[in-house]
Design a protein around this ligand. Structure first.
Ligand SMILES: Cc1cc2nc3c(=O)[nH]c(=O)nc-3n(C[C@H](O)[C@H](O)[C@H](O)COP(=O)(O)OP(=O)(O)OC[C@H]3O[C@@H](n4cnc5c(N)ncnc54)[C@H](O)[C@@H]3O)c2cc1C
Length: 411
């Protein structure tokens, strides 16, 4: 079944990337549609933590924020816990599903068509348009469009239709998470991060409070996260009086931490997770999904005005995201390798030295450290004179040589 209408742009995927792209584009042009196979948009595995920069830039309704993240407990492999607290929030724990749906509603109010429960199965191109084939309630349908924004997340089978190499498995982190109830007083009020080799290669674990008596417990690793999560929860069970694990409720999903070599093709731009645009250290992708969506909307607007949907003109999109976040992603990957490369014994030593020192802790929670720019924050840290002084004066050779060693590895 082919509709005769020619759309200006079809957005495939209605997660944070697709939702933002639809909204930004709906402010600039008409005849756009968003297609997603889900009924409940935004309902994909995620912890829902975004940094303050993301909130300042893109806004969020206050009622979609579960809590402000201005403190965290960090537990090292030796089970010693350090408490960090900043005056201003560094991040927000948000209701991710409602966040996405709120953006979708704004796009809808600007006349974007939203096609729910519709899975795109094919994309093909001709001289004057692109054809999108999708299945909705068992019926195959086709629509024509001048341009496509591919925001399909990690389910990147459609990338193959664009002659773009997909993201290699070694560049995909594996995350598992479970929403759990607990029964302790006082309530768990801050985020808890757990480090160490028990979380697998380059892995870490977390507890994030959302609603009253409810937490998210998760693991992100380059190994198999599900098994590690089950073990992790069983260790925490007594401490927080957690409900019994219902294994089938554990959700697992991947996070790409290296971008595609090419995030554009004729008539098509790739954004968000589909393009591999994620903060590599934590695996947080919401902020970069918003940035890439906004840049894609600008590129499409220009293409519509100039009637130029060529690969050459779309290459500007890649230049633009590289200018804004390319350096952070590239260096962030190196930083991830370094930070998650310490053996447990060394990590115990380093965390004890770092977090027990009030000057270092204060710098870590100061404005020079941002949840949105990990590499920039790391640079601020290793170039801070007080930090250099404290580390250089240490009697431990491991600590003394840490900053010069880090500099050697990162540059
Ligand atoms: C365990 C875990 C925890 C995380 N925690 C955080 C966090 O705290 N903070 C953070 O910033 N990031 C976090 N992330 C990452 C974050 O969830 C992603 O980076 C973000 O969702 C990317 O948005 P997206 O719109 O690009 O992709 P997605 O959210 O994956 O959306 C893609 C959409 O495309 C649709 N789709 C796919 N294929 C098709 C098709 N063929 N036809 C139609 N529709 C299709 C899907 O249904 C989906 O709705 C986490 C990820 C995991 C796995």
């Amino acid at each position: 079944m082919m509709s005769k209408k020619l759309y200006n742009c079809i957005i495939i995927g209605g997660g944070p990337a697709g939702a933002r792209a639809a909204y930004e584009l709906s402010k600039k042009t008409k005849n756009i549609a968003l297609i997603d196979y889900r009924e409940s948009l935004g309902d994909k595995l995620c912890t829902g933590i975004i940094g303050t920069e993301c909130v300042e830039k893109y806004g969020i309704d206050k009622n979609l924020i579960f809590s402000e993240g201005n403190s965290a407990d960090i537990t090292n492999p030796g089970k010693k816990t350090f408490y960090l607290e900043s005056k201003e929030p560094k991040a927000y724990i948000i209701d991710r599903i409602k966040y996405v749906q709120n953006i979708i509603q704004k796009a809808k109010a600007n006349n974007t068509e939203i096609l729910y429960k519709s899975r795109v199965t094919d994309i093909s191109f001709s001289k004057n348009d692109a054809k999108i084939t999708f299945k909705s309630q068992g019926i195959e349908k086709e629509i024509l469009t001048k341009s496509i924004i591919l925001a399909s997340g990690l389910e990147n089978k459609l990338i193959n239709k664009l002659n773009i190499n997909s993201i290699k498995n070694e560049n995909i982190l594996n995350g598992s998470q479970l929403t759990m109830s607990y029964d302790t007083t006082p309530q768990i009020e801050n985020t808890k991060v757990f480090l160490g080799s028990k979380f697998g290669f380059q892995g870490f674990g977390w507890i994030v409070p959302t609603k009253k008596n409810e937490i998210l417990i998760g693991v992100l690793t380059k190994d198999k996260s599900r098994k590690i999560l089950i073990q992790f929860i069983s260790e925490l069970k007594n401490e927080f009086r957690l409900e019994n694990i219902i294994e089938k409720n554990i959700k697992t999903w991947g996070i790409p931490i290296q971008p595609l070599e090419k995030t554009y093709a004729e008539r098509t731009l790739v954004i968000g997770d589909a393009a591999g645009l994620v903060k590599p250290v934590t695996g947080g992708g919401i902020y970069y999904s918003q940035i890439s969506a906004e840049l894609a909307a600008e590129t499409i607007e220009k293409a519509i005005i100039e009637n130029d949907f060529s690969e050459k003109s779309f290459s500007a999109y890649q230049k633009n995201w590289k200018n804004l976040i390319g350096g952070e992603i590239l260096k962030g990957n190196k930083l991830r390798d370094i930070l998650f490369g310490f053996e447990d014994k060394k990590l115990n030593h380093l965390t004890k030295f770092t977090f027990s020192n009030s000057i270092i802790s204060n710098i870590l929670i100061s404005k020079s450290s941002s949840f949105d720019n990990h590499f920039k924050s790391f640079l601020n840290f290793i170039n801070n004179e007080s930090i250099i002084n404290i580390f250089t004066k240490s009697k431990s050779s491991e600590i003394k040589e840490l900053i010069p060693n880090l500099k050697k590895k990162i540059f």
